[in-house]
Design a binder for this molecule. Structure first.
Ligand code: FAD
Ligand code: SF4
Length: 503
């Protein structure tokens, strides 16, 4: 009797032939299991583009594997566990292997089943290596981790011994914080798009009616081939100007020079190594200036890997942290942008509805900042972002939202709260012109909610921050404002309006 095939179980965020257990699988000896869990899809109110992107990518990947000669059990089941059991009952595989999954819950599931776990190579720093790097240090600075990554992966390195950074410094941030240019807002080429096909339509037909947002229009690739087209396009057309206006926000241009590659990096259609290589190669050929190449590579080799490792170091307790005791229920404006007159917030939220995306500074310095200074519950805000963004996965959402954005971890990840008033948003965007509110005012009905709540935040949390060297000045400045009583009254009114869905 022929020996039963071995099974390689592939999760929906490991869609790449080079990842872990799949890398050594062969059509003659292995069958591939991919489970589409109806329970997971129906568990939340997802953005339609996010749900479509993840499911379509899985279905296309299964077809690609079949075309490569594999037998694929693409199993639609009520839950992952049930799908796994059904697979075992049907095929009695001689062995089942799986690459270490990317979420805490999935690792718990895998640990409770009889499967062989293969170490993951999906990231550029495995938690085992990070643990060796961290040793018994209590906190690790991203910058130190990034330099270590640059050296050991030999990226943008120079000098006799190859231990010096190309361009003479590790960090070109100073050149990358320019406000938006006054004109020429169409200078960045538009993102690539493709036509939807029958598979896309089938997935859309299968999604539950609870999804929200604008239906997909081909902005997000759902196959490796299309993701590679987007990588090539980014490196050629946008990477050369990535750095300069990286932190700028424009009403008339939502993408600027951002790569829009995070969804593919996060579900496996692209690998971090090939993205870093493509950028470093373009720099070596003289097509990209150092501030853009270094700025982009730092995001992937540094920030992304750092966040991944923070997740594994601190979970599962981390997801429940609420250091500042912020208990405001998610304000209605997040699910209905019509409920706000704040132009910065409504523009970005309309963009999220339109494409399940906004760029980093919009996430951190507008939406996250607003949730922070309004005292919004960190777990509710995380859940909203997780439901709404094309690139959201627990490992990346939780540290970025709870840690970087909301200071809910008490400073484990970020050494200061990223709180700012209207002045920052006015400097880095063109939203304030024509806004109902006046970003300079901190009292009165038309006072900018960011400006008012920024000061109110430091007054509310003066004890927590007065000894923090990075923000102590803001606390003292808040205490010395001439109109503290009036400002507090205005803050109270704004928070009431926010809860009533009228801010
Ligand atoms: P680019 O600006 O082109 O940057 C290049 C790449 O760098 C990104 O594709 C991403 O892979 C990586 N990167 C940069 N910063 C980070 C970071 N802080 N963490 C992880 N990767 C990073 N990123 C996600 O992938 N998924 C999320 O759910 C997510 N949620 C976020 C929530 C908040 C509140 C904040 C502040 C940041 C979040 N980020 C998240 C990080 C970052 O905002 C996005 O990775 C980035 O905006 C994706 O767009 P892009 O591909 O055009 O990025
Ligand atoms: Fe946002 Fe305030 Fe500027 Fe209006 S004035 S766009 S609310 S920062």
């Amino acid at each position: 009797m022929a020996r039963a095939l071995e099974t390689v179980w592939v999760f929906g965020d490991q869609l790449n032939r080079k990842i872990g257990a799949l890398a050594t699988a062969k059509p003659e000896t292995h069958r591939i299991l991919i489970i589409e869990s109806a329970g997971k899809i129906a568990s939340r109110r997802w953005h339609v583009q996010r749900a479509h992107f993840l499911v379509t990518s899985m279905r296309r990947f299964a077809l690609e594997l079949e075309q490569a000669g594999f037998k694929v059990d693409y199993r639609k089941s009520a839950t992952m566990r049930k799908g796994f059991k059904e697979h075992v009952a049907k095929f009695s595989p001689s062995q089942i292997s799986v690459t270490e999954p990317n979420s805490y819950t999935a690792r718990q599931l895998v640990a409770s089943l009889k499967v062989q776990t293969v170490k993951s190579n999906q990231f550029l720093c495995h938690p085992d290596d990070y643990a060796k790097f961290a040793g018994d240090k209590k906190s690790i600075k991203m910058e130190d981790f990034y330099r270590w990554q640059r050296k050991r992966h030999d990226v943008l390195m120079d000098g006799k011994n190859g231990d010096q950074p190309v361009g003479g410094k590790w960090n070109f941030d100073e050149e990358n914080r320019e406000p938006p240019p006054k004109s020429g807002h169409d200078r960045w080429p538009k993102p690539k798009q493709h036509k939807l096909d029958k598979i896309d339509q089938q997935v859309l037909d299968d999604l539950p009616s609870s999804v929200f947002g604008k239906k997909p229009d081909g902005l997000w690739a759902t196959s490796r081939a299309d993701a590679l087209v987007r990588l090539k396009y980014f490196v050629k057309e946008l990477l050369p100007t990535f750095g300069e206006h990286e932190d700028a926000m424009l009403e008339s241009n939502w993408h600027l020079a951002h790569s829009l590659l995070s969804p593919y990096l996060n579900n496996g259609l692209l690998l971090a190594q090939e993205v870093v290589d493509a950028a470093a190669d373009a720099f070596a050929k003289g097509n990209v200036p150092i501030n853009s190449a270094e700025g982009f590579i730092r995001q992937i080799l540094g920030w992304r890997e750092y966040i991944w490792n923070c997740y594994w170091r601190w979970m599962p307790e981390y997801a429940e942290r609420n250091h500042l005791q912020a208990h405001r229920p998610l304000p209605p404006l997040f699910t209905n942008p019509k409920k706000t007159k704040m132009k910065c917030v409504s523009t970005i939220l309309n963009g999220v509805n339109e494409r399940a995306y906004s760029h980093h500074i919009e996430r951190l310095m507008v939406l996250g900042n607003f949730a922070l200074i309004s005292g919004t519950d960190p777990q509710q805000f995380t859940k909203w972002m997780w439901n709404s963004y094309i690139d959201a996965h627990e490992w990346v959402m939780v540290p970025n939202v709870l840690g970087m954005s909301l200071y809910a971890d008490g400073g484990q990840l970020a050494t200061k709260p990223y709180a700012s008033g209207g002045a920052y948003i006015d400097r880095m965007s063109n939203h304030c012109k024509g806004c109902h509110y006046d970003r300079k005012k901190r009292t009165g009905d038309d006072a900018c909610p960011f400006t008012v709540l920024y000061w109110d935040f430091f007054l509310r949390h003066e004890k927590a921050f007065v000894k923090n060297p990075r923000v102590a000045r803001s606390v003292r400045a808040a205490q010395q404002l001439s109109d503290v009583v009036e400002l507090k009254k205005t803050a109270k009114k704004i928070l009431q309006r926010l809860d009533d869905g009228e801010a």
